[in-house]
Design a protein around this ligand. Structure first.
Ligand SMILES: Nc1ncnc2c1ncn2[C@@H]1O[C@H](COP(=O)(O)OP(=O)(O)O)[C@@H](O)[C@H]1O
Ligand SMILES: [Mg+2]
Length: 503
C-alpha cells in the first residue's frame, strides 16, 4: 500500500463573488518524496498550499495527513501537525540574529523565565549538522544574502519538528548557485525521510529535483506525473494549455538620437564607499542596453541615480542632451516591487495611477478624473491580461505575476523616452515573463531607450542590443548581444576578464 503524507481530495476555494481559485483539486503526496506543484501565475498553487497550512478554509473538500482526516484552523495548528511552510516572501526580522529568528515565537523558557539560548543553540546546531547547512548563527539576518535567509526559514520550520515542508516559489529570488545549494538541502531532507512540496514554475528545476509533479491551470489539476516519465514540452503544454512559440527576432532600429548619456559618473553607496567609479555609457533611441553583473557590483546604485533617488558624486547624466533632473519623467520597473512599485492596500486602479497623478489625462488642477482612471485601468487590464480583471481588486490580493504585470503596465505606458527595468521578470512564470519581454521589445520598437538590469543572462541575450558587464563598480566589458554568449559574459561578471585583458 502506498504511504501518502498528504491527501487533499476535492478541494474547492472560492474568493469574492464566485471566483474559483481552486476547483475540485486532488493532490496526493507520497511520504519521502519531493513533490512539485507547478502552474503559471494565478493557477491556484499558493491558495492550495495555504489551505493545507491552515491559512484558508476550503469551501469543500477534505485533507488527510498520514491517512488521518485533519482540519487545520490556523498555521499554528498545522505546525503542531508537522507541517511547515516557507512563503514566497520571507518573514524574518532583519535586525535579529539567525538564532533569534529561528526560535522566535517558540522560545523555551529556562531559569527564571529567561530564554535558554544554549539549549536552543544546541538543537539548531544538530539540525544544521544533520542537513549539511552551513550558517553563522550569530550574524544579523539583514546582512545575509537571500539564499542564506531562505535556509533560515527552512531551519525555522525544521526547528518546529516539521515532517512535511512546503516551499512556495523558493528559487524566484535566488541566484543559480543559491538555487543549486537549496536543491542540495532539499535532497538531504528527503534522504532523512522528510516530505517536500515544492511550488515552482521553472520547468528545468522541477524536472531535475522532483519525484512527482502535479500541474495546475486556472484552479484545476491538468496533470499528475512521474517526473522521470515526462518532458519539458509535455509540462509546458499542461501548464499553459497551448504551444508557446518563440519571440519574434529583433531587427536593428533606424533611430539615431542619443537618449541617455552617462559621463564619467561616480556614485557612493549607503556606506559612503564608491559603488560606481568613473563610468561612461551612451544609449540610443530604440536600443536596449543590458546590464549584467553579480548583484552588488554597482548596478543598484547606478539605477538609483538614474531614477533620481541617489546623488552622483561626480560626472554627469544627460537625458536628451540636458542634465537629468529629479522630476524628469522616467519609467521604472523596480527590482523590489513590494518596496517601490506598488501599494498593497490600494486597489488596482490606484496602483495604475501611482506617480502619474499629475498627468492631465487623469486629473485637473483640483480633482482626479475617476472615470478616466477606471476606463484606463480596464484598458490596461485587457491589454496586459491582468487577472482577476477587476479594477477594484486590492493589489495585495493579486498573484506575484499579476502584480508585476500591473507595475509593467503602468510604467511602460508612461510617456517617457527612457525605461529602466530592473529584474523585470524575477519571480514570473514563463507566460508572464514572455509577456513582459514582448512589451519591452514593443517599446523599443517605438524608439524608447531601455536600460535592462538582470541577473538572468538568457534574458539579457534575448532582449538586449548591447550588454554592459559591471564588475566592482566599473564597466569591464561591452558586447554586441549577437556576438557574445553566457560563457563570455560570465567570465567578465566574475572579474576573470576585463576589456583591458582581452587582446
Ligand atoms: N485573498 C484573495 N482574495 C481574492 N483573490 C485571491 C486571493 N488570493 C488569491 N486570489 C486569486 O486566486 C487566484 C490564484 O492565486 P494563487 O493561488 O496565489 O496563484 P499562484 O500561487 O498559482 O500564482 C489568483 O487569480 C488570485 O488573484
Ligand atoms: Mg503563488
Amino acid at each position: 500500500m502506498d504511504n501518502y503524507a498528504v491527501e487533499m481530495t476535492g478541494i474547492t476555494k472560492i474568493f469574492g463573488d464566485g471566483f474559483k481559485a481552486n476547483d475540485n483539486i486532488n493532490l496526493r503526496v507520497k511520504r519521502g518524496d519531493i513533490h512539485a506543484l507547478v502552474g503559471e501565475n494565478g493557477a491556484g498553487k499558493s491558495t492550495l498550499m495555504n489551505i493545507l497550512y491552515g491559512m484558508y478554509r476550503p469551501d469543500s473538500g477534505s485533507i488527510k495527513i498520514d491517512s488521518a482526516e485533519k482540519t487545520f484552523h490556523s498555521p499554528s495548528e498545522a505546525i503542531s501537525g508537522g507541517i511547515g511552510m516557507v512563503h514566497q516572501h520571507f518573514m524574518l526580522v532583519e535586525t535579529l540574529s539567525v538564532l533569534e529568528n529561528i526560535i522566535l515565537g517558540d522560545e523555551p523558557a529556562g531559569f527564571a523565565g529567561m530564554i535558554d539560548y544554549n539549549t536552543c543553540r544546541k538543537r539548531v546546531k544538530e539540525l544544521t549538522g544533520n542537513f549539511g547547512i552551513d550558517i553563522d548563527l550569530d550574524a544579523k539576518v539583514g546582512s545575509l544574502p537571500v539564499g542564506t535567509q531562505q535556509k533560515i526559514e527552512i531551519l525555522k520550520i525544521l526547528y518546529r519538528y516539521a515532517e512535511i515542508l512546503i516551499l512556495d516559489e523558493p528559487t524566484a529570488v535566488l541566484t543559480p548557485a543559491e538555487a543549486e545549494g537549496l536543491f542540495k538541502t532539499l535532497k538531504e531532507l528527503r534522504s532523512e525521510g522528510k516530505t517536500i512540496i515544492l511550488i515552482s514554475h521553472k520547468m528545468s528545476e522541477v524536472l531535475s529535483v522532483s519525484d512527482r509533479i502535479t500541474v495546475l491551470r486556472r484552479g484545476k489539476v491538468t496533470g499528475d506525473l512521474n517526473t522521470a516519465e515526462t518532458s519539458k514540452s509535455e509540462l509546458g503544454r499542461l501548464i499553459v494549455g497551448e504551444d508557446m512559440g518563440d519571440l519574434s527576432v529583433k531587427e536593428q532600429n533606424p533611430f539615431k538620437d542619443t537618449i541617455l548619456e552617462i559621463k564619467n559618473v561616480s556614485i557612493k553607496n549607503d556606506k559612503k564607499l564608491l559603488a560606481v567609479k568613473d563610468t561612461t555609457i551612451k544609449i540610443k533611441s530604440g536600443e536596449i542596453l543590458g546590464v549584467a553583473g553579480v548583484e552588488g557590483n554597482g548596478q543598484t546604485e547606478l539605477i538609483e541615480a538614474l531614477s533620481g533617488i541617489r546623488e552622483i558624486v561626480s560626472g554627469s547624466i544627460m537625458l536628451k542632451g540636458k542634465e537629468l533632473r529629479k522630476r524628469d519623467a522616467i519609467a521604472h520597473i523596480p527590482a523590489d516591487r513590494h518596496k517601490h512599485g506598488m501599494v498593497k492596500e490600494y486597489p488596482l486602479y490606484m496602483n495604475i495611477l501611482l506617480g502619474r497623478e499629475s498627468e492631465s489625462v487623469f486629473s485637473t488642477l483640483y480633482y482626479l478624473k475617476q472615470k478616466e482612471i477606471i476606463n484606463y485601468t480596464d484598458k490596461l487590464i485587457k491589454e496586459f491580461d491582468i487577472r482577476p480583471a477587476d479594477h477594484g481588486q486590492l493589489m495585495g490580493g493579486l498573484s506575484g505575476g499579476n502584480q508585476q504585470k500591473t507595475v509593467a503596465a503602468r510604467e511602460l505606458t508612461k510617456d517617457t523616452d527612457l525605461i529602466i527595468a530592473s529584474h523585470p521578470t524575477r519571480g514570473l512564470d514563463i507566460k508572464a515573463a514572455k509577456f513582459v519581454h514582448e512589451a519591452l521589445l514593443s517599446e523599443r520598437k517605438k524608439g524608447k531607450a531601455i536600460v535592462l538590469v538582470s541577473t538572468d543572462l538568457s534574458e539579457l541575450l534575448l532582449l538586449s542590443d548591447r550588454i554592459a558587464v559591471m564588475y566592482n563598480g566599473t564597466i569591464t566589458g561591452m558586447f554586441n548581444a549577437v556576438q557574445t554568449d553566457e560563457n563570455e559574459i560570465g567570465m567578465y561578471m566574475t572579474g576573470m576578464m576585463t576589456m583591458g585583458s582581452k587582446k
